[in-house]
Ligand binder design. Structure first.
Ligand SMILES: Cc1cc2nc3c(=O)[nH]c(=O)nc-3n(C[C@H](O)[C@H](O)[C@H](O)COP(=O)(O)O)c2cc1C
Length: 348
């Protein structure tokens, strides 16, 4: 193990990572008309390191996937072409680059939807008005509950988006199954009140997520697929009455699909004495998952080094790679990440 555990190398499938710090997906709202812009070449290549893993900002899989201003997509030819120079710039610096595939579901309003239609979801229950982290107020429209026979079409959107991402040059994709968006709306019982085979039991609620995984794996191969999950969060009024069971069910199913990594967000962390206190409730999931386990949420340098070191010394555990945006700034000088300014990370 390296003297600084976070700076130890790690083999993630066929990718040789030179350190354990991952650029977390961070929505930027600067892709005008949903098309990635040339300035993203600068943004992402500034954050690339030789052998470092970067995950893009959440990227829409279709024209119904939008819910925030100017977020990028990967469903049109123009978007695929626009991503290419950005991916090339990251590769030129030796970075490993995954594209996060996203559908917001009901976290949207008619203003973002094609022809002003209602957003789609697992449910017709509306997200309550939210005060966002910058203090702005966001109103959501009442969603339209997807009919059972429409669901394969959304799965297909994820499959095609994965194919497009690979065509754009990405090394792989991360399926966004976190933070209250469409896939989570199906998984969690606060937002899934369906009575068909996509609702009710845990197995039924996870069916849509796993159909997406299966389709994407079938298209680009399990060795290029990761998935992000946040079973313990209640972001966007999306929560589950038994998050441990949900998380364990999903990591076991993802292991069966043999995907490259699972990227999980820690339960909401408490701030104790000015520092984030990480609850470390993800350990059982990490033990149950056979691939690489990436964690995010509140880590600083000490907590990051601790979790990587403990995972290494305990031997029986699968290795941990750490995803964290604040950490990347803090440790930047040590691992040659170029100086990252707060206004580059929090850019809404
Ligand atoms: C401005 C901003 C944009 C974000 N955008 C995304 C996103 O596009 N996709 C995603 O999965 N998470 C997104 N997140 C969540 C982060 O990836 C991360 O999970 C969260 O900030 C907690 O980790 P941290 O404590 O390292 O910041 C965003 C967070 C912030 C603050």
């Amino acid at each position: 193990m390296a003297a600084i555990p976070l700076l130890g190398s790690y083999k993630m499938g066929k990718f040789d990572l030179s350190h354990r710090i991952v650029l977390a997906p961070l929505t930027r709202s600067r892709s005008y008309g949903n098309v990635p812009q040339p300035h993203a070449v600068v943004y992402y290549s500034q954050r690339a390191t030789d052998g470092g893993l970067l995950i893009t900002e959440a990227t829409g899989v279709s024209d119904t996937a939008q819910g925030y201003p100017d977020t990028p997509g990967v469903w049109t030819r123009e978007q695929v072409e626009a991503w290419k120079p950005i991916v090339d710039a990251v590769h030129a610096k030796g970075g490993v680059f995954f594209c996060q595939l996203w559908h917001v579901g009901r976290v949207s309003n008619t203003g973002y939807q094609p022809h002003g239609r209602d957003p789609i979801s697992s449910t017709d229950k509306q997200v309550p008005t939210q005060v966002l982290h910058d203090g702005s107020i966001e109103e959501y429209s009442r969603p339209r509950r997807l009919r059972t026979e429409e669901i394969p079409g959304i799965v297909e959107d994820f499959r095609l988006a994965a194919r497009n991402a690979i065509e754009a040059g990405f090394d792989g994709v991360e399926i966004h199954g976190a933070n209250g968006y469409l896939i989570e709306q199906f998984m969690k019982d606060s937002a899934n009140d369906r009575t068909d085979e996509y609702g009710g039991s845990l197995e039924n609620r996870c069916r849509f997520a796993l159909e997406v995984v299966e389709a994407v794996v079938g298209e680009i191969g399990a060795d290029r697929v990761g998935m992000r999950l946040s079973p313990f969060l209640d972001y966007m009024d999306c929560w589950d009455s038994d998050p441990e069971a949900l998380a364990l069910y999903m990591v076991q199913a993802l292991s069966k699909h043999g995907i490259l990594y699972c990227h999980m967000i820690e339960p909401r962390m408490a701030v104790v004495g000015g520092r984030h206190h990480i609850p470390h409730r993800l350990l059982p999931m990490r033990k149950a998952f056979r691939g690489t386990f990436i964690v995010a949420g509140g880590y600083d340098r000490d907590e990051g080094n601790k979790v990587v070191d403990e995972g290494h010394r305990s031997g029986g555990f699968w290795p941990t790679v750490l995803g964290e945006s604040r950490l990347a700034q803090e440790i930047g000088a040590e691992c040659c990440v170029e100086q990252v300014r707060q206004d580059h990370l929090l850019h809404l």
